[in-house]
Design a protein around this ligand. Sequence first.
Ligand code: XMP
Length: 507
Amino acid sequence: QILILDFGSQYTQLIARRIRELNVYCEIHPYTHAPALTEDIRGVVLSGSPCSVRDPDSPNPDLSQYLGHVPVLGVCYGAQLLAQQGGGEVLPATIREYGRARISHLDRSSPLMRELSLESQVWMSHGDTIQTLPPGYEIIASTHEVDVAAYHIAGQPTYGIQFHPEVTHSTQGKTLMRNFVVDICGCDQSWTPEHFVSSMVAALQHTIGETDQVILGLSGGVDSSVAALLLHEAIGPRLHGIFVDNGLLRKDEYEGVLQAYEVLGLNVRGVDASQEFYSALAGLSDPELKRKAIGRTFIEVFEREAKKVEGATWLAQGTIYPDVIESVSVKGPAVTIKSHHNVGGLPELMNLKVVEPLRMLFKDEVREVGAALNLPPDILNRHPFPGPGLAIRILGDITPQKVLLLQKADAIFIDSLREYGLYDKIWQAGVMLLPIQSVGVMGDERTYEQVVALRAVTSVDGMTADWAHLPYDFLAHVSNKIINQVRGINRVVYDISSKPPATIEWE
Ligand code: XMP
């Protein structure tokens, strides 16, 4: 594997993505917790950073256990740090070094520069520049503005590059990463979804005792479903899936998902706890109070059901890599804007050990693994759906009647997206039931009914999102269908806000 030492750059995750795209396994570790060098580590990448090496408080770890022993690639801050530690001079850049630049000089004999071309575009993003290199450091690439765009330390496989090969604006960045990871570090490109499945299944069989029983909460989403399939491969019916109907799911979702799990041969039990959730939510309008009531009720129901599994010692969770990185990153966990509910606290409460088979995978890798395990496309490509479900799409208090109304409108919207071939182009979509009524006219009758807002966004990870520019014809079709078929709704509007400053959900 390749070790990525993180100095807090916004691009660190991208370095990992690029390496994994080469079918090479890599892990990100904060520089404050740099792992000891083992045989498994075939190379080290030092990330960029928002800090300046000239600042006395900036990250400055001792890298001697890696340097000279294993190939090292410093990227941006990483390159400046190695230059400064070697006795070179790093100064504030006098000219703007942000954005596109072109390579003006290349040392073609360097294995890092193999197959790169002169004038190819690279992406710069730095405030400091390497003014003088220490003795023994050789320039292997320059741009028109920057002499030291890349260097090599003579006699050892250590390299520094000032630009960012991990961003797609560096057009030959992928070639450079391949040169480092495959040619210089000697990693074989064998880390495929199939390889992940077989090694994870073996690891799960090794970790989980031969008679141990494992509990997993399923949601019908990709992550928990893929986690279930992996565990099923490993331990068969000793996996006990629990799928709770909180009464806030999409129309026909509960039955549909349970049936899909049955076809897959998974040992999953459905629990209809709708009434308990409705009671806990009765009279609550505040979004955070609703989330808390749902989280609390979920834990109650889940604990009760889990206790029915005799001899359970493990709780499996569908945690994925971005959540792990977020919680251990140099910058610390991000500020909570909305309290997403999960089963936090449950393992301690029930004295269970936690197993997380997906904790090293990015979302698109989870999908690839799901495809390798024959998860049906319907679940594989499903839009994200929030844990509290329709409760945060019904503004104000929740009643079973409102849920029913919203389920009907939502089903029309989602089915129409599929019909028009738009579903897979959208990152997430849903309908919001607004707490207002508006006047309309139907036939000769005046109506005074509810308003719904359609929400559809494009996004990469949900952190930022653009409202989807859906065709007018399509919006007209959905609006007509909802107003004609769902009694109680007489007006449909389309949400044209992006995130930030709006959020995807309305609550
Ligand atoms: P926002 O509304 O914050 O949503 O832009 C970003 C993503 O998170 C989902 N979301 C939630 N998921 N529990 C969840 O499990 C929650 O309380 C919650 N709130 C928002 C939202 O659907 C979107 O995908």
